[in-house]
Design a protein. Structure first.
Length: 207
């Protein structure tokens, strides 16, 4: 496989990962309706930050199939609510089979909420989006091999987040966050989802 866009069962060309046989429906839906589309709002970005951190070392499919469990366990990823979590809440999360039970990641998710809760509304959104590169200076990747693991922007974002007290957001995780939340468009050039090729209404976030 070249790593470029390949046709799916519906005839639409997609990034190769969007058609992984292991879970075609899960990945295809996420690829087509979420990945790379702009995500705005403190709570929404906090959720994606948490999920990308929990994904570290695991497959994204593992996170996708537990996302509703994560949302239930972490109070819908409300920064204000998670910031109020106690040590007892952390122990509850460690016993919750609906999420990834990793103490360091759970502690980081709660700690990051406590940091963000001290900021003014919109500050987390503004900080993260301030690291979005100028799309005019980026070429569409031709193949999956052209997609980087980190960029100067993700390295700088990770450094700033760490400086502000956030944990478990290294350069690779920061770049995955940027990809998932639409700060960059890493759909391969021939993928039907690339900006300018999406069907009407495709940029509406799923409810």
């Amino acid at each position: 496989m070249s790593g470029g866009a390949i046709p799916g069962p519906d005839g639409l060309a997609r990034c190769p990962w969007g058609l992984e046989a292991e879970s075609r429906a899960d990945y295809r839906r996420y690829h087509d309706t979420e990945w790379g589309r702009p995500v705005r709002g403190d709570d929404a970005l906090y959720e994606r930050m948490c999920l990308e951190a929990f994904q570290s070392g695991l497959s994204w499919l593992t996170i996708l199939r537990r996302r509703e469990g994560f949302r239930a366990a972490f109070a819908g990823f409300s920064i204000a609510k998670v910031a109020a979590f106690t040590a007892e809440d952390a122990e509850r999360l460690l016993a919750d089979p609906g999420i990834i039970r990793n103490r360091a990641k759970i502690t980081a998710a709660i700690g990051n909420a406590k940091v963000a809760a001290e900021w003014a509304p919109g500050d987390l959104d503004a900080l993260i989006w301030s690291y979005a590169p100028d799309p005019a200076g980026r070429r569409a990747p031709r193949t999956a091999a052209d997609v980087p693991a980190t960029t100067p922007e993700s390295i700088a974002l990770a450094k700033e987040l760490k400086k502000r007290g956030f944990r478990f957001v290294g350069p690779t995780t920061a770049y995955a966050l940027m990809q998932a939340c639409g700060l960059v468009d890493d759909h391969v050039a021939d993928c039907h989802v690339r900006r300018g090729c999406r069907p009407p209404g495709a940029d509406q976030r799923p409810t």
